[in-house]
Design a protein. Structure first.
Length: 148
């Protein structure tokens, strides 16, 4: 993983983060969020994976289901955010759409993804801090604008 600070002014930082073949995307993003001390940020990206696990939240069972994709895919859309989890650690939440060779697409939460050949991300920090709190209905930690 490589990263570069592109802008730092007015409480707003913008980073370019580039992952390379073999990097695991969520591991790299979590590490970067901790090292950069991100408390509120938006993530966008493009690239490709040699294999990826998309996750779907099953509302009835209140759990994530894994949908592994064990083939080369293009990242057609990647958006996400960073907010502080209830324990104060940066929490990375990414959704993406991947395109297969035949043109079909799959989407979901990014559970894990092994990059090949690159994943190019722009991470834009905002000056406001976002906090997640435990939601008893879903069992998830969700951003609440009135928290902390």
């Amino acid at each position: 993983m490589q990263h570069k600070l592109l802008n730092d002014g007015g409480g707003l930082r913008t980073f370019a983060v580039v992952l390379q073949t073999g990097d695991e995307a969520m591991e790299c993003l979590r590490r970067f969020a901790r090292e950069a001390r991100l408390e509120a940020a938006q993530i966008t990206g493009i690239g490709a994976f040699e294999k990826v696990v998309l996750r779907y939240f099953d509302w009835g069972d209140r759990e994530y289901l894994d949908n592994p994709v064990d083939e080369q895919v293009e990242v057609a859309s990647l958006v996400g955010d960073v907010a502080l989890a209830p324990d104060g650690v940066p929490s990375v939440h990414v959704h993406l759409v991947v395109g297969k060779r035949d043109g079909s697409a799959m989407a979901g939460h990014l559970g894990s993804g092994h990059v090949r050949p690159t994943l190019e991300l722009i991470i834009t920090e905002t000056p406001a801090h976002l906090r997640k709190v435990h939601d008893p209905d879903s069992g998830l930690a969700l951003i609440r604008l009135d928290a902390g």
